[in-house]
Design a protein around this ligand. Structure first.
Ligand code: ADP
Ligand code: MG
Length: 559
């Protein structure tokens, strides 16, 4: 196919374009960051592909991104000499959204500009952000290594359709021409563009060049590099400003918001690698989608190798974004090799500790930010005790629970907080699990604890009971489900309590016998309890039996 054809955008793209132009208007300058970020990714991909076949460079190894403008015509042009795209790539990449769950995501958008701009930011708009400032966008692109005749010209006004045709293109890579809207012509200005590059794209790994503005004789047409062009993670920490870390995060994570925190480390010795890890402020729209991409951007000796290298962190830390640059791996490393590599294994153990330490530090130093993290990603971290037995004490320290102490459903009590409030003589950490916070907090099992003023953690997330199966103790104290087995309140129980219990048991022997006969084999045992103050009776699960929540999950799974 070489002729010119007109194709419609996928429905989701049409919706996204409409919403985006409307709700990201106040952030419109980010279009440049997005396009430069794509250009940089394309250069990275070419450099990687050329490791195997350096003819792909077509004799041009000077990878860079060019920025031009024409104030009269009202255009801004971004050119890269990266990997380029084929006709099919273009139709796929610039005409559809491949992320699964997109339609559901778009349904959540409300038309409220502020809310939607946050949601769209979480989703990532990328290339389509061009249409915030341009009413016509042209893309000229050719895959590196393909014949000149396989160049592609794509054009759209962002209103539902695009045209595509083959054209001869001497250079490989991609050129994007933005025809600015009448009110956005201010972007066709050298100083404005320079400022934006400095602000948003200073530390991508490739030079961004522009023609010099100087009127000096002979200087006018010379190229000048306007960004720093050294990969941020290769610089010493002391030379990097917070703003620079934040901008780099947006490039790496395709996020619009600042990260919550980050950790940048250079490791030397037996293993040599640099990592720059970030914790996002907001969960991506597809956090619970099993196939959603996750993992880090992997570089080997500064050369980009792959996105979404998931072998460097356990699954329960999959919200972490960032870069790992190793000196010990081979440039030929593949996903298969990463899976069984002992170097990767060691790096992964160290990175896991890094992330857990970064979270502990955040919890200590910026508790409000930690709460934001917990609200967004807490249920993911709760997979930790089962997945990573070795670090379970550390993970347990990061967990947050609702509690009878606060009486609220917000999960903001740590096990340490709980321990600091334990009663004299109390030696266990008590908790209750149920389907909902309301069900848990109104359970008769809590009656005796209320009476004695003993705090109970209230767990009502779907994953909680399963998680607690892997957490038996914290800081040497046993974790005890209050609805399970014999209730032992330790030293908090007085002699008097015990005597009362014994007397009651004797007194009601007859009643208990009758109940046992009546309930027959539907219960294992009937006994007098000290658990209750107001309710007449309650059900208790054996210490080692499956809990009610777990039973439901197993039943739902057909077991
Ligand atoms: P993202 O960068 O998050 O993948 P974008 O909307 O920014 O999403 O880009 C969509 C896709 O289009 C990219 O993944 C890439 O495959 C392709 N693409 C965009 N710009 C370029 C470019 N300059 N060179 C090569 N491919 C590009
Ligand atoms: Mg992009």
């Amino acid at each position: 196919e070489t002729r010119k054809e007109t194709l419609g955008f996928q429905t989701e793209v049409k919706q996204l374009l409409q919403l985006m132009i409307h709700s990201l208007y106040s952030n419109k300058e980010i279009f440049l960051r997005e396009l430069i970020s794509n250009a940089s990714d394309a250069e990275d991909k070419l450099r990687f592909a050329a490791l195997k076949d350096d003819s792909l460079y077509e004799g041009d190894t000077d990878l860079k991104i060019r920025l031009d403008y024409d104030a009269e015509a009202g255009t801004v042009t971004i050119t890269d000499n990266g990997i380029g795209m084929s006709r099919d790539n273009v139709i796929q990449n610039l005409g559809t959204i491949a992320k699964s769950g997109t339609a559901e995501f778009l349904k959540q958008l409300s038309g409220d500009e502020k809310k939607d701009s946050k949601l769209i930011g979480q989703f990532g708009v990328g290339f389509y952000s061009s249409f915030i400032v341009a009413d016509r966008v042209e893309v000229f692109t050719r895959p590196a290594g393909a014949p000149q005749s396989e160049g592609v010209h794509w054009e759209s006004a962002g209103d539902g359709e695009f045209t595509i045709e083959n054209v001869d293109l001497p250079g490989h890579g991609t050129r994007i021409v933005l025809h600015l809207k009448k009110d956005e012509k201010e972007f066709a200005d050298g100083w404005r563009l320079r400022n934006l590059v400095k602000k948003y794209s200073d530390h991508i790994s490739f030079p961004v060049v522009m023609k010099a503005e100087s009127e000096e004789e002979g200087k006018k047409d010379e190229d000048e590099t306007i960004n720093d062009a050294t990969a941020l993670w290769t610089l010493p920490r002391t030379e990097i400003k917070d703003e620079e870390y934040k901008e780099f995060y947006k490039h790496v994570a395709h996020d619009f918001e600042d990260p919550l925190t980050w950790s940048h480390n250079k490791v030397e010795g037996k293993l040599e690698y640099t990592s720059l890890l970030y914790i996002p402020k907001r969960a991506p729209f597809d956090l619970y989608n099993r196939d959603a991409p996750r993992g880090l951007k992997l570089y080997v000796q500064r050369v980009f190798i792959m996105d979404d290298a998931e072998q460097f962190l356990p699954l329960y830390l999959r919200f972490t974004k960032g870069v790992i640059d190793s000196n010990d791996l081979s440039l030929n490393v593949s996903r298969e090799i990463l899976q069984n590599d002992s170097t990767v294994e060691s790096i992964r153990n160290a990175m896991t500790k890094r992330v857990l330490d970064m979270l502990s530090k955040l919890a200590k130093k910026q508790p409000e930010d930690y709460q934001t993290f917990w609200n967004e990603f807490g249920t993911v971290l709760k997979e930790g005790p089962a997945e990573d037995f070795g670090n379970r004490e550390k993970i347990a320290g990061l967990l947050r629970f609702a509690s009878t102490h606060t009486g609220e459903s917000t999960q903001n009590v740590s096990l340490e907080d709980y321990i600091s409030r334990m009663k004299e003589g109390q030696n266990k950490i008590y908790y209750i699990t149920a389907d909902s916070h309301t069900a848990a907090s109104s359970s008769p099992h809590l009656e005796v604890f209320r009476k004695k003023g003993i705090e109970v953690l209230i767990l009502s997330d779907r994953i909680d009971e399963w998680m607690m199966g892997y957490l038996n103790e914290f800081d040497g104290k046993q974790l005890q489900d209050v609805a399970r087995g014999d209730l032992d309140l330790g030293e908090v129980e007085t002699e008097e309590d015990k005597k009362e219990q014994e007397e009651a048991s004797k007194e009601h022997e007859g009643l208990i016998e009758r109940l046992k006969t009546a309930l027959n084999d539907r219960v294992q045992e009937v006994r007098v309890t000290k658990r209750l103050t107001d309710s007449p009776a309650c059900l208790v699960v054996g210490q080692f039996d499956m809990g009610a929540q777990m039973k439901k999950i197993m039943e739902a799974a057909g077991q």
